[in-house]
Design a protein around this ligand. Sequence first.
Ligand code: PMP
Length: 351
Amino acid sequence: MSVKASVRALLEYNVPQEAPIKLNQNESPFDPPAELKAEILAALKAQAWNRYPSGDQEPLRRKIAEYTDFPSEGILTGCGSNELIQTLIQALCAAGDRVAVVNPGFSVYSRVATVLELDVNEIPLKKDFSFDVNRIAAAAADDKLVFLASPNNPTGTSLSPAEVEWLASRLKGTLVIDEAYYEFSQQSAQSLVSRSDRLLILRTFSKAWGLAGLRLGYLLGRPEIIPELRKAKLPFSLGLFPQLAGDILLNKVQWVQEAAQTIVAERERVFQALTSLPGIAPIPSDANFILFRTENLTAQQLFQRFREEGILLRCFDSPRLVDCLRVTVGRPEENEVFIKTLTSILRESGR
Ligand code: PMP
């Protein structure tokens, strides 16, 4: 079969998924409570499975509109934010167009662009992993689409709304601010969307909402652009299950907010603990994970030692991250084990 060279050259998107303590995919450590799952399952059972799901997801969009305080006509839902990333690239980019991303950054933007044989413009973050807005404005000025995650994965660093506004005024293409980790940072560029038809906000239910397994994401944009973007999406890609689960979970915003608060408090505790360890330098994070540099052991050695102890962390191929590991903030008891294990690995390697 003649699979395109651009696809053959990609590595498979493989992330290990089995471990007693799983801190490698920035998921919520809190599965929705059993009563809530029962309510979702009852709603699912009451629906006809032989019929296609709602094409425009109107009830779900109305609920998201309430939660975000954003007009429902400006909301597009998708099968995870990954699907919406693909939709945006397909809808906005033609042959010869360039997509801008930052490095280090979330890999799916360039992955989709590469599959579609588009050029990718990788703009480095500063040494301390903060955004270099001047450099982005200059390097991406003519690019069709610019993806910036804020907080950024894997660094946890953010753009302020003022920086987003400034960048949006400089760039000619569409600027997508990916706020997958919004609930942990509480900082959003959403209020700027009404002023620009070239600014979009991307969010997900996979992180603070604890629904990574069901696949649900959404996009906020000016109402006139949303029907056009919807045309580039596969019909009925969002199944009945995530639609219903999202709809019901949106009645329990308090549960989600409390879970996010716990994770933020734990993030600060883990950060402090990392700061006090010799040869470990964590990067301050606004998300539910922390990237840290390891000075004495290599990141690969440390990753393997954790794996032997049943703890999965994330390590990276990127040359800029050779000495870094990322830990997702877990439940308090998991974080405790993580800190204790790291302390003892460092002690043992110092002997
Ligand atoms: N954006 C960012 C910045 C992410 O880190 C992730 C998940 N790791 C996603 C989008 C994709 O999320 P999902 O497809 O599960 O909504």
